[in-house]
Design a protein around this ligand. Structure first.
Ligand code: NAD
Length: 481
């Protein structure tokens, strides 16, 4: 069944002003159109920012209790709707139903946490020599632009919209054009929970993000997506506006010779192939000690072979489709380039042409060995289930090699050696470091994000206790008698 979604501007549900629309197909069967959504133009985005600007003054004066009530009610609505939303997520985004249910059921927890933040917007007082009191208060920014990718279409967007609203900002939300229905379902929960008109506005489409960033009335842009898009946004946001970018990665796992081999293989397979390799924190580089290289490759290949590939709503499927046909082409090119650079296939590497998968965007878990550290496979993000094994002779070499990429998102080490793990934790260039844990996974109450070209390094302000810093500005007041 095809669902037609609209923009949401100032309390109205509206098509694009010029009537333009685009279709989103099911990545497991591209013959099925799942969603039709407006292709918003500059006029639509301007109208959404108008509405958010008009609503800003009243919303910033709304009591913390009321803001928290609405976020809590949105959490409850999302929880009630989670099973239905998960089914739609499988059709639109492709992940297996178990993963979709996990995302849909975890998203309300984010909103419950941010509801409480409405009460925790505390300033400070400062001793002063020349006036009785100096103090600071936290103000909302005004209008916040939220731009998100498709791979966690509910959860990532909720982590931005939730704190933005709790702080008293109004929002223009631009969901990924690959998951417009998920954007609509999330926004509907907030709006049905009682948000006043114009406090949360939604514009869909491929061009709307750039228009939103260009509008100087948007005081802060919070973005999650690719490094390439992040660079464009960073360049477009000038002085006086805020930008928070959470971008791509080339996440390494270092496996030392003393590691528990079975546990390390499970960590590599989980980090690399879960969500069909389409997690920003997914591992792409496996750096392994010479002595255990062959044994680890064999075990990872065995685990890769256990995946059941197919549509996410089919019983027993553990690996769904890639997001679209371009992604399948990208995997083919990646493997061909890696082989040209001297790597050898240990498994996978060919598109699946089973009869029942022919209309979908499927690609198998793929392991390449003999990857050179300067090669493209070792240095560029691959958003899919294609990984490369490299070897090293000592920990210094492994850490130096892992650090010799432009990214710095997530990194893991497998070892029983506490001193080695501590050195790794201290020296690896990554915002998130894991010891005997997969590179993937997040704690919704701990900072999440990356350094170097993986973002603006503001993950202290994404999740965790300092999340509200990005969404507020400080006003310092000298108060005389
Ligand atoms: P993308 O950069 O192609 O798109 C992300 C969003 O930006 C979409 O909504 C898109 O429409 C919008 N957009 C595109 N061009 C724009 C422009 N010029 N100005 C403003 N907005 C624009 O990324 P994607 O393919 O949706 O997502 C995959 C990428 O996201 C991967 O690189 C992945 O690593 C990254 N990601 C990072 C994190 C993190 O927390 N670091 C989490 C998830 C995904």
């Amino acid at each position: 069944m095809t669902v037609t979604v609209t923009n949401r501007i100032g309390g109205d549900t509206v098509a694009a002003a010029d009537g333009a629309a685009f279709e989103r197909a099911n990545p497991a069967d591209r013959r099925q159109i799942v969603t039709v959504a407006p292709e918003s133009s500059l006029a639509d985005v301007t109208a959404a920012v108008d509405a958010a600007s008009d609503a800003a003054s009243a919303w910033r004066r709304t009591t913390p209790t009321r803001r928290a009530e609405i976020l809590t009610a949105a959490a409850r609505l999302l929880a009630e709707r989670a099973d239905d939303i998960a089914v739609e997520m499988v059709a639109e985004e492709g992940k297996p139903i178990g993963d979709a249910k996990m995302e849909a059921s975890r998203t309300p927890r984010n909103l419950e946490l941010y509801a409480g933040e409405a009460y925790r917007l505390t300033g400070a007082t400062f001793p002063s020599d020349d006036t009785p009191i100096v103090y600071s208060v936290l103000d909302p920014i005004g209008v916040v632009g939220v731009i998100t990718p498709w791979n966690f279409p509910l959860n990532l967007a909720s982590r931005k919209i939730g704190p933005a609203l709790a702080a008293g900002n109004t929002v223009v939300f631009k969901p990924s054009p690959l998951t417009p229905l998920m954007g609509e379902r999330l926004a509907a929960a907030f709006i049905d929970a009682g948000l006043p008109d114009g406090v949360l506005n939604v514009v869909h489409g491929f061009q709307a993000g750039a228009h939103l960033v260009a509008d100087e009335r948007v005081g802060a842009i919070t973005f999650t997506g690719s490094t390439a898009t992040g660079r464009k946004i960073h360049a477009a946001v000038g002085l006086g506006r805020r930008v928070q970018l959470e971008l791509g990665g080339k996440n390494p796992i270092i496996v030392l010779a003393d590691a528990d081999l079975d546990a390390a293989a499970a960590i590599v397979a989980r980090s690399s192939f879960s969500l069909t390799g389409q997690a920003c924190t997914g591992a792409g580089r496996i750096l392994v000690a010479d002595a255990i290289h062959d044994a680890l490759v064999d075990k990872v290949v065995e685990l890769a072979g256990k995946h059941v590939i197919g549509p996410g709503d089919r019983a027993g499927v553990t690996l769904g489709p890639l997001i679209d046909a371009h992604a399948v082409d990208a995997m083919r090119t990646t493997v061909a380039t890696a082989e040209r650079d001297g790597a050898e296939l240990a498994c996978g590497g060919t598109a699946l042409d089973d009869d029942d998968l022919q209309f979908g965007c499927f690609y198998p878990p793929t392991v390449l060995t003999g990857v050179k550290s300067a090669s493209e496979l070792a240095s560029r993000e691959v958003f899919g289930p294609v990984i490369g094994f490299e070897t090293f002779s000592d920990l210094d070499e492994a850490i130096a090699s892992a650090n010799a990429v432009e990214y710095g998102l997530s990194a893991a080490i497998c070892t029983r050696d506490i001193a080695a793990a501590q050195r790794f934790a201290a020296e690896i260039e990554a915002g998130m470091v894991r010891v005997n844990r997969p590179t993937v996974g997040a704690a919704f109450n701990a900072p999440f994000g990356g350094i170097k070209q993986s973002g603006t390094g503001m993950h202290r302000e994404q999740l965790g206790p300092t999340v509200m810093d990005f969404y507020t500005t400080t006003r310092t007041i000298w108060f005389g008698s």
